[in-house]
Design a protein. Structure first.
Length: 577
């Protein structure tokens, strides 16, 4: 039997522990454990999640974290130390939980969920030689990060590390930048991504014990928003400094360097829980969106999950639309790749105008050919255009764009969504399902990913699952565009639920040729031939060359009987070759 090969990969490893942990435990064992657990839950886990890290294991006072990017690892370490510093501000010096951190980029071995090898060992050695509150990095990390983060690095020279054969050059991430900031406040640096801060939701209950729920909802929204790479989300410690303070929107926006703020409150009355949330634009003070959620108090944690996912997903949609609107008002000379991408995505996903979206996305890629998300959305657009022209070259181009997106960033949810969507129309249903599952796993709160996954479930005949996924998409984004109702209509047609095909399609505010075809087939199967023929005539007027061949090529049902059922309805309605 062949020997099982050990998996290896290149990764950035962050190792951290608590400086003076033994002394702290000796002084107050219960208090130290409680404080450490609190810091792990409230600071460590959210910050690691924000920078796309994976906590490999917790070891007493230590933690081992894996990153796919050295830049993310260092940014996470700096944010982590900053958050710990803020959390310690009101804690006596001899009771403070202070981390020391080491980061290395190297080859690691993977067994089960654990990591081994010199790549890990060097990170651990850098941690032990780090000063309390500081971050040490290896030369391999410094070469990757230099110039990409606004940090300074102090060269500590080559160091002989225990059980490491060759000397390792070590750098300390300079704390001078943070210290200078205390003495001379300055405007935070702006990024190309819109920045948002979620302020602590106000606890309006007389019982202060309910504060945990409002804090939990705030933290969960921060974590969920941080999954979306299109936005820069302020970490928890930055937002929570404004707890129980009167907020001046413009001042907070200036201090945090954000364009948008989220505010909210929580109130419990008897067995009812009311949660409010609103999105505010810093520059104008305008309330762009507000919503109220009323729930029965049965399972607090279920409520927390439900509301936070809904709020986070809705905010993503509202922010995306708002940024696209602002982008369109910019003078041409200030546009960059990201601006074109946002506009293209707006036309593709929310306005359902693929012909308008295509040149915008192509322009984005001319400016930045390595923009994975732009390749992914362009692939999605090309599939929509294939449905209009049925040209094989269009579908091949869509597949090529999806493959490029995956090669550039296989951890981008939309790269997998695009591949799944293209493979569905190529009738590679099994492969499509794998990529849709990956997309949903990478970002379970993306309403568009849920919708496209539901579309695939429809095409492979898993109707009830598809309808549940459509429902989930609508919960994630109550403002889903027309295509949502079209997707449901296809599912109902596949399930032979013809009256619901009509009801769903009639929810659309604008019908295309294919929508009239769905209505024609549904009315025909219900025996309402006058209505069926009327919609068939309108479909032929809008798209004169719509034929059975169009249906067979453009409607990728895995089960041939579903295709034949559609065609049978069209024949009854008078729409023939």
């Amino acid at each position: 039997m062949p020997e099982k090969r050990t998996k290896r990969r290149l990764a950035a490893i962050l190792a951290a522990d608590v400086a003076g942990y033994s002394r702290l435990m000796e002084r107050d064992e219960a208090g130290t454990l409680a404080a450490l657990k609190s810091r792990r839950t409230k600071i460590l886990q959210p910050v690691v999640g924000q920078f796309h890290g994976r906590i490999v294991k917790l070891m007493g006072d230590g933690v081992l974290v894996e990153f796919g990017s050295a830049v993310n690892a260092v940014a996470c370490a700096v944010e982590l130390q900053s958050a710990m510093e803020a959390a310690n501000a009101d804690v006596p010096q001899d009771q403070r939980i202070v981390f020391r951190i080491g980061i290395n980029l190297g080859d690691i071995m993977v067994e089960g969920g654990d990591l081994f090898g010199d790549g890990v060992n060097i990170a651990a050695r850098l941690e032990t030689m780090a000063e309390p509150g500081s971050v040490n990095i290896s030369g391999s990390v410094q070469s990757q990060v230099k110039g990409k983060l606004p940090l300074q690095f102090e060269d500590l020279g080559e160091q002989n590390l225990k059980n490491i054969a060759e000397p390792v050059r070590v750098y300390r991430v300079s704390a001078g930048r943070r210290a200078a900031a205390k003495d001379a406040p300055r405007e935070p640096e702006r990024t190309s991504r819109p920045a948002i801060a979620v302020l602590p939701f106000a606890n309006l209950n007389p019982d202060p014990e309910q504060q945990y729920l409002s804090d939990g909802i705030t933290e969960d929204i921060i974590t969920e928003l941080a999954r979306h790479r299109d936005f820069l989300v302020m970490a928890r410690n930055a937002s929570f400094q404004y707890r129980e303070k009167t907020v001046d929107v413009k001042r907070v926006g200036r201090e945090l360097g954000v364009e948008y703020l989220v505010e909210g409150s929580l109130r419990k009355a008897g067995k009812r829980l009311r949660i409010t949330a609103q999105l505010v634009e810093v520059a104008t003070g305008a309330h762009l969106w507000a919503e109220r959620y009323d729930r029965d108090v049965q399972d607090v944690f279920t409520i927390q999950d439900d509301v936070t996912q809904t709020i986070a997903a809705t905010l993503v949609g509202q922010l995306g639309r708002r940024v696209a609107e602002k982008t369109r008002r910019k003078p041409t000379e200030s546009w960059a790749a990201y601006d074109y991408y946002l506009q293209g995505r707006e036309y593709a996903l929310f306005r359902y105008e693929p012909a308008t979206a295509k040149p915008l996305l192509q322009r984005a890629l001319e400016l930045d050919p390595t923009f994975a998300s732009a390749h992914a959305v362009l692939s999605f657009v090309l599939v929509l255009l294939f449905f209009d022209d049925l040209m094989e070259e269009t579908l091949k181009a869509a597949l090529s764009e999806a493959e490029t997106a995956l090669s550039l960033d296989e951890n981008e949810p939309w790269s997998h969504l695009a591949m799944g969507f293209a493979c569905t129309f190529l009738r590679r249903f099994e492969l499509a399902g794998i990529h849709h599952a990956k997309s949903v796993t990478l970002n379970p709160n993306d309403a568009q990913a849920a919708f496209v996954h539901a579309h695939w479930l429809t095409r492979v005949g898993r109707t009830e699952e598809a309808l549940r996924e459509f429902d989930r998409a609508l919960r994630l984004d109550p403002f889903m565009p027309n295509i949502y109702w079209e997707g449901r209509a296809i599912a109902f047609l596949q399930a032979r639920r013809h009256q619901e095909v009509i009801e769903s399609t009639n929810r659309m505010n604008k019908l295309g040729a294919v929508n009239h075809c769905y209505l024609a087939a549904a009315y025909a199967h219900l025996g309402k031939l006058e209505e069926a023929r009327s919609h068939a005539a309108e479909a032929r007027r809008l798209l004169p060359n719509y034929t059975e061949r169009w249906v067979r090529l453009g409607e990728p049902f895995q089960n041939l009987a579903d295709t034949e059922h559609f065609i049978e309805g069209l024949r009854k309605a008078g729409l023939q070759e």
